[in-house]
Design a binder for this molecule. Sequence first.
Ligand code: PAF
Length: 281
Amino acid sequence: MHIFTNAAELRAYTETQRAAGRRLGLVPTMGALHEGHLQLVQAAATQCDEVIASVFVNPTQFNNPDDLRLYPRVPEQDAALLAPAGCTALFLPPVAEVYPQPTMLRFDFGALEQVMEGAHRPGHFNGVATVVSKLFHFARPHVAYFGQKDFQQVAVVRQLVADLSFDLELVVYPTVREADGLAMSSRNRRLSPAARAAAPLLYQVLTAAAAQVRQGLPPAQVQAQALGYLAKAPEFTPEYFELVNAHSLQPVAQYTIGQPLALCVAAHLDGVRLIDNVVIE
Ligand code: PAF
């Protein structure tokens, strides 16, 4: 596995691969890799000739300085996991390589970012769109792989690719879960044993709410009950629980036949902010 810390060197490498007719897959990550990331890498390895993974804790997408400071960083462990999963090139840049100067460009995703993560983390999607655009330019992939756990991020990146005509295919894989249902996340490493024991409640509340939606319980009631359960659990401080249109991400006040739906939640658990979602077919 090649390791690049320099964007120009990565681009020279990927240009050579493209010129040789090889299909390139990119898996952008912030490291502290888990099985969810590795499944993306494995999928890319079966579909592409070259798999580039980036490990970069992107400062511009953090609105909370403590969250940025405490975000787990284990690059050696990440590199050791990536090669056996099929990664052929790792991009591990320092911050100054990605941001040689402060960016002035600002992204505005309109209604897509005025809800949920966008509403609670001002500037978050501007940072995501900035770094993802840069990674697309550096790696020039034919296919880019994302996990559905970051449901709103996927919608924003889809819009970014469409609006800026990035010539690539987006592939989204389902959330990978621990045996007890907790969505895999790099932030899970920061959970205390007590918080980790309580954490599966998030997915339990989501699945119970999804069952209520399927039974036709009014959206406001579904939301109130879910938030009530989370608020009663002493370890949790819920931030939002939303039933949204799975495409527009706008809150759903009443059901319409054929409308794609998703339930999305964010909660703080012993100082760690977790998100999760379920899509309702
Ligand atoms: O999903 C993530 O880990 C990050 O938001 C991403 C896409 C790597 C951009 O920093």
